[in-house]
Design a protein. Sequence first.
Length: 712
Amino acid sequence: MAKDEAAVAQSKDSMKAERRELPRLDDMFEVYKKENKEKKAIDFDPSTMSMAKLLDLGYRLVDQQDGFEGCRAWWWAWTKLRPLILEHGIDDVDALDKVVNAPDCISNWCQDFDDQLVNEAQNRWVMAIMRIAYAQDFVRLLPKSDLLIIQNMRRAVAESYATLGEFDKSDAEFRQLITDYPQWTWGYVGWGDLYSDNQPDDREADVQRAREIFAAGLDAGVDEPVYLQQRIRDLDTVVVRSAKKSRPATPALKSSNKPGDHWRKRYRQLPLDRQVDVMIAAIRQRDPYFWGEESDDEVDGLWDEEVDDLIVDEEEIPAGGESADGIGDFEEAANGAEEAQDEDLSDALDELIITMSESPALSEELYETLDNLHLEKRIALIAKLVGAYRDHVVEEKGRDFHYFDELLVYYRLYRRERDELRLPLRWLTDDPEHSIDQILPVLSTLVASGETELAVRFAEDAHQSILEAKGLMGGVDEVVVAVLRAHRLEQVYDELREGRQPDWQALASDLAQAGCETTPEFLAMIKAGLAEDVTVDILRERLRRSLVDGLESMSYGFYRYMRQKKSMDFTGADLIWRQFSLFMTRYVQKKKASDIKARFRFTKKTLESALRDWLGVNFMGLSNKKPDSVVLLWGLPYVYDYLKITGLIDEECWQKTVDLVAVSKEEILYVLDDDLWKYAFVQQWTPADAVGETPWLEKECFGYRLRDIHRP
C-alpha cells in the first residue's frame, strides 16, 4: 500500500537541505580513498548477489547512515527486478510481492528508495540522474500501481531535473503533471517550491511566479487547499526577508592582511566572466617577459594606493553590487567584451587594468582566477583565459600552465575545434621534460576519440621531442611508439587487403626507427597476424608458453575484429588491447597456465586494484593514466566478445566478466565526477555486443557533464 499522503509530502519537503558544494577532484579522490579504506566490511559485488540480498543490504547500509552505498545496492536490486516485471507481465507494484522474496513489501521499498535518493541527490548529482531513471522506469513498467505512488514518481522526475539545474525540463514535467492531475495539491507544491525559498539551488526566489502557481492550484480546486494557502502565507515572509537582505560580504582572501590585497578584493567582486575579460586585458598590457616573479607586498601596496581613488569603499556599494563611479563603471565597460584590447574601455577600467598589469601580484591572482573557474566548472572561460595568456607570454614563462594546456586540448577536442587544437598540442611537445605527464594522457585521449591523423602527428612530434630531451627516464616514449607502430601496421594491412605485397623490409626499417622490436621472430609474428595465418590452436599454445607472447599474437586478430565489426582503426584497437595486456600481465597473471580459459578470469577486487592505481586514488589523484583506466573498463567488453568468438573463453567466463564490468562502470562514474566529460569518447564507440545499447544512467551521466564544455 501507499504511504500516508501527508507523510510522504512532509518527508519530501523536509529534505530540501542546503546543497553541499562538490569538492575538487583531488579532494574527492582522498575522500573516496578514505571511505573505501574504512568500509571494506561493506564492500559488495552486485553482480554476484540476489535481489533479496541487495534489498536487505541496502536497508542495513541506510541504517548505518551510509545512504550513498545503500542507494547503490538498491539501484542494482532494481536492475534485477526489471526483468522479472517484464517476464511476468506485471503492471502493479503490489503484485510483485507474489513473485519476489523480499524482507519487506516491494511497494514500501520502492518509496523508501525514492526517499533516500532525495537525500543523496542533494550532495551527488549522479544520484539525481539515478532518481530520474528509476522514477521513469517505475511509471513505465508499473503504470497501474497506486495513483499516489505514480504521482510522486512523476514529481520525483521534475524535482530531479531542477536539482541538476535543468529548469526548463523541470517546468515541462511539472506542467504536464498538473495537466494530468489538476486537483493534486502536491504537484503545485513541488512546482511552486522551485521559485520560492524552498528551491533546490542558490537562485533568488521568484515570489511572484511561485504565488501564481500556488494560486492556480487553488483555482483548480485542489484536494488539499490548506497546504497551498500556507505556502502563499509563507511567501509574504520571503518578501520581507528578501527586502532586508544586504549585499553579501566579499569572501575573505587567503592573504587578506597583505597590503597587496586591496585591489584584488575589488577585482573579485566582478562576475567570473567579467573577471576574465579584465584579466585578459591586464595580461596583454603587461610585458610578456615579466611573469612568474614573487609578489612584493610593499610595491603592491603602492599599486593599491593608485587604484583606491578608482573604486569606492565596500560599505558604499549598494545591494546590487555596483556603484555609480566605481565598480559599476568597469562592469559596464567590460560587459559583453570579447577582446579587451579592441574595446574603447572607460577611463576607470583602463587605469585599473594598467594598475593590475604592473602589480607583482597579477600572476598570483591569475592562478586564483583559474582555480575559481575550475571549481565552478567554467571550462569555456578557462580556455579563453589560458589561450590569451599563452598567446602573450613567452614560452619559458608558460611551463607552469601545462595542466591547463591539457585541459584546453580536451575542451577543443570535444567541441570539435580541430584547428584550435594544434597550438596547445605544440605547447606540450615543445617542453616534454615538464609536460610528459600531460603528453601521455592527451595522446591516449586523441586516439580514443578517433582523431587518428591528429594523434599520429602529435605522436611524431612528441617522439622527436622526447628523444632530444635530456631529463627524461628511458621508456617514457613507449606509449608514443605504440601509436606510431599501430598506424604503420594498419597501412601494411590495407596493402594486404588490396592484394598488394607489402614491403616487409621497409616495415622493419620504419619500426626500428620508431624504437620497436624487429627480431626475425617478432616480424614473423606480425606477418602471420596481419595475414590471418594464426589458428586458435597456435594461439592456445603460445598462451601456454608465455602470456606476453600469447597476448601479442592475439592482438592482430583483435585489430582486425575491431576494424571490421566496430569501425575502429588499428590505433584505437591497439590502445584498448595495450591496457588489457597491461592489466593481464601486471594484475591477473596466473602461475598455472594449463587451463587457457582460466587465464582470462579475474575478480572484482583485481579490477578495482588496477583502476585505483591508474586513477591515482592511492596517490592523491596523481596519475597520467586516467584516460587509460576508462579505456580499459569500457574496452573489456570488446576484448571478451573477441575472446568468446575465437573460442578462447566459454559463455560463463564471458558473462561473469560482462556483469563485473557493468558494476565497475557504475562505480567509476562517481569517482571521475566533475572530470567525466573528458572521457566521453567512449560514447562515440560502436557498442560492444556484450553491452548492446548504452545504459541510460551511463549515457545521462556523460551528457550531464558534457554540458560544462558548452556552458559560456
